[in-house]
Design a protein around this ligand. Structure first.
Ligand code: AMP
Length: 282
């Protein structure tokens, strides 16, 4: 596996792959890798002849400086995991290589940041889209892989990709979970044992919503989820809601939206976790 830090070298690699007629698959990450990231890599491997993964802890998307400072870093382990997952090139740029001093592009987000994570994390999605735009400009992938774990991020990137006519196919990947249902996340390792023990309750709450979805009313379903969370006062809920998966608009009744999703965010101690679940119509 090649490890590149320079923008120019990364662009050269990419141009070389294209010259050879190789499709390029790309997985952008912030490192501290786990099975969820490896599933994205596996999907990219099955889709594209040449696969690049980036590790870049994007300062622009952290609205909370403490969250940025303590974000886990494990470069050696990450490299080993990527190597055995079949990654061709690992791109690990520093901030200057990515942004070249230009960090303030504003992208229209179509109001998709008005709900859920948007108000909770001001500037977060602008930061995400900024870095994805920059990385796409360097790596020039044919396909890029994003996890449903970060559902709103995925929806926003799909929307911006079509608006900006990014020549990149955005491919969603299902959420990978621990045995106990907790969605894998780099932040999980920051949980102390007590909070790690109760963290699966987020997924249990989503499951409780899903259990009565479409058969009971939306508020009743949400109450089912709330009932799970109320069993433990150490879970500080930020939101639990149901949305149209395409627009992310909160739903108050089961309209005719073909795709519906339940979303949750909560703090356990000072660690913030998010999760979501697609609700299947019977
Ligand atoms: P991150 O390193 O957290 O920025 O995540 C990089 C990519 O991995 C994003 O597209 C995430 O949505 C995706 N991802 C993170 N956790 C999971 C998971 N548990 N299952 C599937 N994809 C994930």
């Amino acid at each position: 596996m090649l490890v590149l830090r320079s923008r120019i070298e990364m662009m050269r690699w990419s141009a070389d792959q294209r010259r050879r007629g190789n499709r390029i698959g790309f997985v952008p990450t912030m490192g501290a890798l786990h099975e969820g990231h490896l599933a994205l890599l596996g999907k990219a491997r099955g889709n594209s002849r040449a696969v690049a993964v980036s590790i870049f802890v994007n300062p622009l998307q952290f609205n909370d400086p403490r969250d940025f400072e303590r974000y886990p870093v494990q470069p050696k382990k990450d490299r080993r995991m990527l190597e055995s997952g079949g990654c061709d090139v690992l791109f690990m740029p520093d901030r200057a290589e990515v942004f070249e001093g230009q960090e303030d592009d504003r992208f229209p987000l179509g109001g998709l940041d008005s709900y859920w994570e948007g108000p909770m994390r001001p500037g977060h999605f602008q930061g995400v889209v900024n870095v994805v735009d920059r990385l796409f400009g360097i790596v020039r992938p044919d396909a890029a892989f994003f996890g449903e774990k970060d559902r709103q991020q995925l929806t926003i990137i799909q929307w911006v990709a079509s608006q900006q006519r990014w020549p990149v196919e955005i491919i969603p990947c299902p959420t990978i979970r621990e045995q106990d249902g907790l969605a894998m996340s780099s932040r999980n390792r920051l949980l102390d044992p007590v909070h790690r023990g109760i963290a699966p309750m987020l997924h249990m709450a989503l499951q409780a919503v899903a259990d009565s979805a479409f058969t009971r009313s939306v508020p009743e379903c949400l109450n089912q989820g709330m009932a799970v969370l109320q069993r433990d006062s150490r879970i500080a809920l930020e939101y639990l809601g149901i949305a149209d998966a395409r627009t992310l608009r909160p739903l108050e009744d089961w309209a005719d939206e073909p795709q519906v999703v339940a979303l949750i965010a909560a703090r356990l101690g000072d660690i913030r976790l998010i999760d979501n679940l697609t609700l299947e119509r019977p």
